[in-house]
Design a protein around this ligand. Sequence first.
Ligand SMILES: Nc1ncnc2c1ncn2[C@@H]1O[C@H](COP(=O)(O)OP(=O)(O)OP(=O)(O)O)[C@@H](O)[C@H]1O
Length: 869
Amino acid sequence: MKVELRGNAFDIGTRYSSSNSAAAQKEQLSPDPDNLTETQRSVAAHMGIDGCSHKVSRSSAATLLLLQLACAVLSSLFQPSSGQSISTPPVSEKISLLQFKYSAGQFAEEISSWDWTVNQCTGWKGVKCWSTGNVRVLQLPQAGLNGTLTRDLGGLPFVTIFSLQGNNLTGVIPQEMVTMTGLKQLLLQGNQLNGSIPDCLRNMTKLEELNLANNRLEGPFPSNMFATMRNLQIVELGNNIISGPIPDDLVDIPTLQRLVLRSNNLSGPISPLLASSPSLVNVDLSNNSLEGNLPSTWTVTNMTSLDLSSNFLQGEIPFSLFSLSNLTRLNLARNNFTGKIPQLISCHFGDAAFSGNPLLRVEPCPLSATPSEPLPGEGDPRPRSGDPPLPFKKRSSSSLSTLTIVALTAGDIALLLMSGAGFVFFYMWWKKRSKNIRDDEKEEKAANCTLRSVYGKELGQAADPHRPTYLVPAPAALKPALKSVSGKLSEEVLDPKIALENDFALSCEEFGMDPVILDRRLVLDIETLLRANAVVLGAGTFGSVYMAVMDDGHMLAIKRLQDGALRNEDIFARQIKKLSDVKHPNLLPIRAYCWSPNEKLIIGDYMRNGNLFSLLHGDKDQRPAILSWATRHKIALETARALAHLHDNAVVHGNLKATNVLLDDKLEVRVADFGLESLLEKPLQHITNAGYLSPELLVSPHRKSAKGDVYSFGVLLLELLTGLEPLGKNMDLATWVKEMVKSRRTEEVFDPSLVSSHVLPAQDVLELLELALSCVHDQDNRRPTIASVLRSLETIVPSGGLLPDPAVLPQHMGEDFSVEHGYGETGRRVPVDSLELSPSQAAYYSDNSSSSISPLQAGISSSPGRDYD
Ligand SMILES: Nc1ncnc2c1ncn2[C@@H]1O[C@H](COP(=O)(O)OP(=O)(O)OP(=O)(O)O)[C@@H](O)[C@H]1O
């Protein structure tokens, strides 16, 4: 009997589905809407709300009625008689939900419980109801939904939380959702939704959180859309294709705290309203096409984080911005700002905050004062909490005082800096010291350490990394794992404010045990991990890497090892302990790990400045940085130190490449991912670092050796010298440079930002090239040891024989430099085939200049077969 009736219910759903698209059937039904029941009337009324261009059609209402009648009979038979306190749920809402299921969730295991015979309020996953029986919450994050948001969702007028993030929903956001006038959270980030931002959102006047990030929404904001949405606290629309200006009625919402519009096509100036908002805490407008000068007066007193990097902003940076009392994270990199940044300010916000502005003169900071600190005590000679008390009252804010700013703007900068050098050092010392005191206090509270959603109550306190990071949906491979544990999730983890970043936490739940801590300064338990928000940073050879934000703002990087990791816990523990024992200031320490039969996580610190590859070559959300010769030399030196230390401790890195050369807050190198193959059941048989692999390893990738590391290091040096990626279209970088040198075209290999066309490279650069070439010798026994490479590197003192950083050039020289060296009018690097590369460098990337096969593709080291003359 039950089976039969379920079949009926399914038929109804299917018929309804097709009726929606079949005009003929609609016409046949044509009921009189005057005869609608109370619920129907309410739905229809909501669907026809003024101000929304789309109104529900007569035939839809008719279909609804017919279905409701049919279903009402069934529901009267099959409502549970368990004495629920919830009233009988409206059938129309059930139909709307089923219709949505048939459109988007037929194959989603998550909503297999959505069965007609079950009460939707008590037995359907992801659905919660009011006591009246109306749907209050629809919450299905990462549920494997695959299809469109149907117009029938308009039949859920009493929903307050609509949370379908991290699925694979396509199509437009239907105008019918206008009926949801009581909505407080609309969370659809991490889908494939397209079309424009629907005008009808304006009717959601109670909305507090709007998150449509990571979709394909395009076009400008509907005019005056936000004028009615005055309760918004969080607006996240990053990583779409939204164009046009940022509307004033958005930035002046009196409750708005978090505004993330990064990586869109937004243009126009930054409104002075944004600079004076009393509520804004976190703002990220990076990676757009915003232009013009910054507002001259900044009074956003609550703002802690502002990212305007990678735009076309220009003019001088107003000092009032630096005086904001709570601003700890500022990123103005990669714009066209002019003027001068005194040392006091570059020390406060970090040099990187101003990099990539060719006409901005930044006085580099001899110390680092960026907000994120290493764990207390780590290689850190700073005073600790046991030290004598401070001689003055603790300041409540870390901002520069108004007095300081006035002094600076009055033109006394030089004098102030000279006479105040002691103050700077003392200030930095004090700042770091107070941080240590806080850290120590936190350590004492370790046992109670819990994490909160950074998008929830702790809004804006910790979530915003200095460097923009993409939020991306969980890798497909992870989804089954999520499903398998989702049934166990607590209510709190399903908080819709905790967005798709919780992919990591979900997968971690499988452990059910605390992580093994390898660094006693790290306080972390499974609860902590479960509640942390995680962002996928990327996936590599060994698995995915996530960034997770702790409640104290500390950011961890968590590598989730793919299948193939050691199955024996003891051996895994022994190997990982061995790796974590190899400590060096230029190695990224392993702080903890999790092991379960199905999951293995490796936990270390998150490096805000990303990796060398992105820095040199740029990536999706970062343009290449302009690195001076001295900086490149420093990176080479520190990487060599890390590698030498590994080899001294009998650890082969085995996967050295620019994405594994990470940069910490002080732009100091932290080499990551060393020795990871020792954690695998079987050595990898495939190439993990194409372009960096020595000829002998191309033949036998599993025979990792110290000399193989030296070869990879040589390629890194070449990358730093040439500015080119390790793999061109037709050959690898080492082969290309060797050929260029053989053809006496050495000067053409250097990165044009290092050497002007009429100044030959200085001796020290040539020495480095020679050293790099010795490392990439085809025969491993002819390569030097890393210890001897390090010694040579230490003797090379970067000279001033090259053009200095554009940032320190006088302005007129800066202009010449940008034109001559391919930075274009805006001071940005321009793509391959343009001025940025020498003709021979451009040829390295082009695929029509040679028909040769890359030695990597061929699996052997051979002559490139390229015509160099
Ligand atoms: N601790 C970290 N801090 C910041 N970024 C990190 C950290 N660890 C890894 N990443 C970044 O995350 C991304 C993915 O890293 P992952 O190690 O998985 O891949 P990979 O380095 O490209 O390749 P491989 O797995 O072969 O090393 C890379 O861009 C990497 O630079």
